[in-house]
Design a protein around this ligand. Structure first.
Ligand SMILES: NC(=O)c1ccc[n+]([C@@H]2O[C@H](COP(=O)([O-])OP(=O)(O)OC[C@H]3O[C@@H](n4cnc5c(N)ncnc54)[C@H](O)[C@@H]3O)[C@@H](O)[C@H]2O)c1
Length: 398
């Protein structure tokens, strides 16, 4: 049984507690930390939580708890993790790990030095579809992933501090691309080093300093490419989509919004439909089990099982650090308008990985390029002559 201090009583603390209390009844949120006693008590009443703290350190040092879950604004993650490490508590932190890679490295160093368990709460790699997709990737069903694309777009965040880059560390990149980067990293292979990035970002619509839209490309050492698209100005709900293209197959996933569950209501449904939905009338897109479909259940099960079994969980603070380093490079590239290197002070994956091979033998004299069935039923084969490098075509069965 995990005995948890929940830091924060806002949006994500609500989802985390819903998942923890609903999933394995043996885990319990024992306390909540909120800035105001009143807000803390409201949250505690809602989730049947015995203790309320308005002092973060007191919540973390409380001897009744063994695990700290951080659901605070980005600028407070470091302070909270450093306290948890000092107190010797297992600590799980929401995304992004730090405001930047420097912050994230300090956070990682602190938990490793203290020897406490650390889990990076990147729920979107734990969605049921993503977990199944990763099984297909690992079994080789798609061959080597060459290109992975992830999109997270919605009409903008729900609290003031997200919109102030001094408190959040940036705009749509730090808020949303952190998800996309870790999703695509999982597909390409977390042991493959991200080498360089190029990124476009702009403030198209909102009266803020930070970017409200961005598109980025991340090149990995084996030649694979990750692509993210993020927006705080997309209308119509929360759009979460991924695609992977491998040497032997391809895959596309809709994790939210258009998942095959669509309702038309002229009468309206009054109120909340699903995260970031903008309509409760007309065509609406509800979600069967939001905490499960967004990955929270699989995520906490993986992390609590790992704590109890003394094993590693899928997402650690090391992963959070890599994501922050990639985002730092993105912010740099936005300014320079060039490819920028991903600067990593720590790298624990493979080194000197060769670019994936593109050459497939057809016969002694040819490389295989492709084969296609034509409308008349003939089969055309495109080949490259090994001796001359010339591209030629042949017909099979015609
Ligand atoms: N899917 C996800 O993984 C996901 C989704 C949403 C948010 N998040 C992350 O969760 C964290 C919190 O976001 P949220 O959506 O819950 O925000 P929120 O604004 O709904 O809640 C933030 C909580 O922190 C408290 N807080 C705000 N300023 C504070 C301060 N100065 N000192 C102490 N407490 C303060 C608020 O009162 C509130 O309880 C962020 O890091 C965000 O990136 C993750």
């Amino acid at each position: 049984m995990r005995k948890i201090a929940m830091l924060g009583s806002g949006f994500i603390a609500d989802f985390y507690t819903m998942s923890i209390h609903g999933l394995r009844s043996r885990d319990k949120v024992i306390s909540v930390y909120a800035r105001s006693q009143e807000k803390g008590e409201k949250f505690a009443r809602k989730w049947n939580i015995p203790k309320v703290f308005t002092d973060m350190a007191a919540a973390i040092y409380d001897s009744d708890i063994d695990t700290v879950v951080i659901g605070l604004p980005n600028f407070l993650h470091k302070e909270a993790v450093l306290l948890a490490a000092e107190a010797g508590k297992a600590v799980l932190c929401t995304k992004p790990l730090g405001m930047n890679a420097k912050d994230a490295k300090e956070i990682l160093d602190a938990v490793e030095k203290a020897g406490v368990f650390h889990g990076y709460l990147e729920d979107l790699v734990y969605t049921p579809k993503t977990q199944k997709a990763l099984q297909y990737i690992r079994s080789g069903a798609l061959g080597t992933p060459m290109w992975a694309r992830s999109r997270e777009t919605h009409p903008g965040p729900h609290s003031d501090w997200f919109w102030d880059s001094n408190l959040s560390g940036g705009g749509a990149i730090i808020d949303l691309a952190c998800h996309c980067i870790e999703i695509t990293r999982n597909y390409i292979g977390k042991d493959i080093r991200p080498v360089e990035v190029v990124c476009w970002a702009d403030t198209l619509m909102k009266p803020i300093e930070a970017e409200d839209n961005a598109v980025g490309l991340i090149r990995y050492e084996n030649g694979a490419l990750a692509q993210f698209e993020v927006s705080w100005t997309f209308r119509g709900g929360l759009d979460l989509r991924d695609e992977v293209s491998g040497t032997e197959g391809s895959m596309r996933l809709d994790n939210f919004l258009r998942t095959g569950f669509e309702i038309f209501t002229a009468a309206g449904s009054e109120g909340y439909v699903s995260e970031k939905s903008e309509a409760d009338k007309g065509w609406i897109f509800p979600v069967g089990d939001e905490v499960h479909e967004l990955g929270y259940n699989n995520m906490f099960a993986d992390m609590f099982d790992a704590i109890e079994n003394g094993t590693a969980c899928q997402e650690t603070f090391y992963d959070g650090y890599i994501v922050n380093a990639i985002m730092d490079a993105c912010y740099k590239s936005v300014k320079t308008k060039r490819w920028e290197p991903v600067e990593l002070e720590i790298w624990r994956g493979k080194t000197n990985v060769a670019k994936m091979s593109t050459l497939k033998d057809y016969d002694e004299h040819h490389w295989f390029v492709k084969e296609e069935v034509m409308p008349d039923g003939s089969v055309k084969i495109i080949l490259k002559e090994k001796s001359s490098n010339k591209i030629v075509q042949r017909w099979k069965n015609f």
